[in-house]
Design a protein around this ligand. Sequence first.
Ligand code: 5GP
Ligand code: ZN
Length: 111
Amino acid sequence: MCLFCKIVAGEIPSNKVYEDDKILAFRDIAPQAPTHILVIPKTHIPSLDGVNEENAEIVAHIFKTIPKIAAEEGLTNGYRLVSNCGPDACQTVPHLHFHILGGAKLAGQMG
Ligand code: 5GP
Ligand code: ZN
């Protein structure tokens, strides 16, 4: 079982900010911004490359929920969404996740 599947299963604790039957959002253990939240599907999808017709609905649900999480977190002045896919992007956990970064003016245009 991968690290984030263990978090979904409750085998590894996490600081949850949102949960429903399909997805989970929790605070990143090593925040890169004042607000740094990871949003994941509860089912194991390895990365963006694993998105397909069968699971695209979950990804759509993640995207519909992200603005609600951002609003709950008070990110009224904007935020950045990042998903690292594969080695060149330095993906370290092989379970699809979206980083919500905000709470301050972020440096640069990407990542
Ligand atoms: P990636 O580098 O794959 O895009 O992002 C993985 C993220 O998971 C990193 O930002 C890292 O800090 C975070 N992370 C790694 N292990 C844990 C953990 O056990 N708990 C939480 N909450 N975040 C983790
Ligand atoms: Zn997994």
